[in-house]
Design a protein around this ligand. Structure first.
Ligand SMILES: [Cu+2]
Length: 107
């Protein structure tokens, strides 16, 4: 009984800290624009990009060191999630639509 309570308490603390220290940030793509130009996140956060357009997008996440994370083709209606695992500034763009750009700052 006591052990069970301790386990449940530990489980709750793990879950609660997960909620406090990482979050999902939603970014939409509509009219071939990102819904925000600048986003500040915490390291460990995820970002979910939704494609509300009727065209395919292809998001790239580039860090300041020149590393590129190509998230691949994203069809209309699809959502994809990426995790930011280190601090720094990221330039986000779409390979298909060069005008689609935004920045993410991870702290
Ligand atoms: Cu695009």
């Amino acid at each position: 009984m006591t052990l069970k309570f301790v386990s449940l308490t530990a489980l709750f603390l793990v879950c609660a800290s997960g909620i406090v220290f990482s979050a999902d940030n939603a970014v939409d793509q509509a009219n071939q624009q990102f819904s925000t130009k600048n986003l500040t996140v915490k390291v460990g956060d995820t970002i979910t990009f939704k494609n509300s357009d009727d065209v395919t997008h292809n998001i790239s996440v580039d860090d300041a060191d020149g590393n590129t994370d190509d998230l691949g083709l994203q069809k209309p209606g699809e959502s994809l999630t990426t995790k930011i695992s280190k601090a720094g500034d990221y330039a986000i763009h779409c390979h298909i639509h060069p005008k689609m750009k935004m920045k993410i700052s991870a702290q």
